[in-house]
Ligand binder design. Structure first.
Ligand SMILES: *[C@@H]1O[C@H](CO)[C@@H](O)[C@H](O)[C@H]1NC(C)=O
Ligand SMILES: *[C@@H]1O[C@H](CO)[C@@H](O)[C@H](O)[C@H]1NC(C)=O
Ligand SMILES: *[C@@H]1O[C@H](CO)[C@@H](O)[C@H](O)[C@H]1NC(C)=O
Length: 468
């Protein structure tokens, strides 16, 4: 009797009884895996959807200061301003309306020392998202334009809207600027009738003169822009978000920074693993017994950490060079806080180096948690961590946390939120919290490194147990 050849199995049909056991196991494992993925999708994607869920309800968190300086500052002091009250009245109507609107707040000029520039500074300092400033000269110059026929009168000098779009261009373009446009037309609707009433009646004292449109003044000599639109708006964008190619550097491009940091593990793990395979030393060939050796685990850990940091150094350099190659400005001088400026760089000529260092530290802060989780979870489950990591970082880094539900407060400590904030300081010279940003990133690196030996231990334990 010959023994049956065990090495060459016979292929059989799907429902063959010989496969009953295997079929059951495959069904079970397939179902279990799909179930886990379904739960994962629902749980982790909810973190992303959830971050936008309360946007409408949180609209008022986008604060807009309305400050009426009209007629309060010499030499434009007047008792009966008309522009300022029209604006504050329109603001009150909006605040008390039930419709969707930003968080308008009427502030007294005394809060800003009667200095319109202090309001701009407050916007630069991110005390609010925008400000509407009624200039001290608004009513005075308008009335003077009519009575003194100032043909160079410029209506847009009356009211100033201050924004800083490079702080968060997405929120500004999507929510704030459209709402400010509605606010402006509301103001004009409020002001128009008031102004016509003043022009046609004598009840208000227009520098003591009689009604302007009454026959005793020659209407044709009044500069038309002082009749209509009479007032207008100047929008001051302290740090416009330009050029468009800067968008990848502060938003979507950073997702690739996470992914590249994640790839470090699958690409290099096989290479590092060679240290842990028993090696026969060739030099011992002449001796009696060949010695085999593997690297000590602590040395292996140190080697892997140092080589990862070095890898991030070069990877982040080339990641940063893409932004340089596409001519995002990196060598402009910083600009004064309250003056509009295109692409001032917080660190002048040194901005690119700071940019690179930020990407380096950022990559380490994003990458070491990935390394740890790759060691703990193994493949392919670690890719689920990548999805989790991308989603939580994107949800808190690219969208205004002010609009997210309060639950997302942890986002302020998440690495990408800090990277984006520091990048905007470097690229647009926005309000700087860069010390805190770097500190948070270093904490992520430090905590991850503290966990690194534990993760290595878990990985070696898993491998000995024969898991992937
Ligand atoms: C005329 O209007 C311009 C622009 O609004 C203003 O700068 C100037 O001071 C006004 N001149 C007089 C005499 O009011
Ligand atoms: C009022 O003064 C501001 C500067 O303080 C100026 O920019 C603006 O044009 C002036 N308003 C008018 C109507 O000229
Ligand atoms: C308005 O002014 C005109 C002429 O300046 C005068 O005849 C008229 O009585 C005034 N009306 C009121 C209500 O004061």
């Amino acid at each position: 009797m010959e023994k049956p050849e065990m090495d060459v199995p016979t292929p059989v049909g799907f429902f063959d009884p010989a496969l009953t056991e295997v079929r059951r196991r495959v069904f079970y494992q397939w179902a279990r895996t799909i179930f886990i993925l379904c739960v994962f999708i629902f749980g982790v994607l909810s973190l992303f959807w959830g971050s936008q869920y309360r946007t409408e309800a949180n609209y008022p968190a986008l604060k807009v200061l309305v400050v009426d300086f009209d007629g309060t500052v010499d030499p434009y002091r007047t008792d009966n301003p008309i522009v300022g009250p029209a604006v504050t009245n329109a603001t009150k109507n909006i605040i008390h309306s039930s419709g969707l609107h930003l968080g308008y707040e009427i502030k007294s000029p005394a809060d800003f020392n009667h200095d319109p520039w202090a309001v701009r500074q407050a916007i630069y300092d991110e005390k609010a998202y925008a400000a509407v400033i009624i200039n001290p000269n608004a009513t005075a110059l308008l009335r003077a334009a009519v009575t003194e026929r100032n043909s160079t009168y410029d209506p847009t000098g009356a009211i100033e809207s201050v924004i800083i779009s490079a702080r968060d261009e997405n929120t500004y373009y999507t929510y704030i600027m459209p709402d400010l446009a509605i606010f402006q037309s509301t103001i004009l609707m409020e002001f128009g009738p008031r102004w016509v009433r003043e022009l046609t009646s004598n009840s208000t004292s227009t520098s003591g003169s009689a009604s302007i449109l009454n026959a005793n003044l020659n209407f044709s000599q009044v500069p038309p822009q002082a009749i209509n639109p009479a007032i207008g708006f100047t929008t001051v964008d302290l740090r416009p978000f330009t050029p468009a190619v800067a968008a990848p550097a502060v938003t979507i491009g950073l997702i690739y920074l996470i992914i590249i940091a994640f790839f470090n593990f699958p690409f290099l793990m096989g290479i590092h693993a060679q240290f842990m395979k028993p090696t026969t030393s060739p030099s011992s060939s002449d001796s009696s017994s060949p010695t085999t050796a593997t690297l000590k685990v602590p040395h292996w850990i140190i080697w892997r950490i140092l080589s990862a940091i070095t890898a991030y150094f070069f990877l982040s350099l080339f990641y940063s060079l893409v932004s340089l190659a596409f001519q995002i400005p990196f060598s402009n001088k910083p600009a004064p806080d309250t003056l509009p400026a295109n692409n001032p760089n917080a660190y002048g000529q040194g901005s690119f180096v700071v940019f690179w260092m930020l990407n380096w530290v950022g990559m380490a802060a994003l990458g070491f948690p990935c390394e740890n989780m790759a060691m703990v979870l193994g493949f392919p489950w670690s890719s689920l961590f990548l999805i989790f990591w991308v989603i939580t970082n994107v949800a808190t880094g690219f969208y205004a946390l002010d609009l997210a539900p309060g639950f997302y407060a942890w986002g302020y400590a998440w690495p990408l939120h800090r990277i984006v904030e520091a990048l905007r300081t470097i690229l647009f010279d926005t309000h700087s919290r860069i010390g805190l940003d770097f500190a948070v990133l270093f904490i992520w690196v430090a905590v991850s490194l503290a966990f690194y030996p534990v993760a290595t231990f878990i990985m070696r334990w898993r491998m000995k147990r024969g898991y992937a």
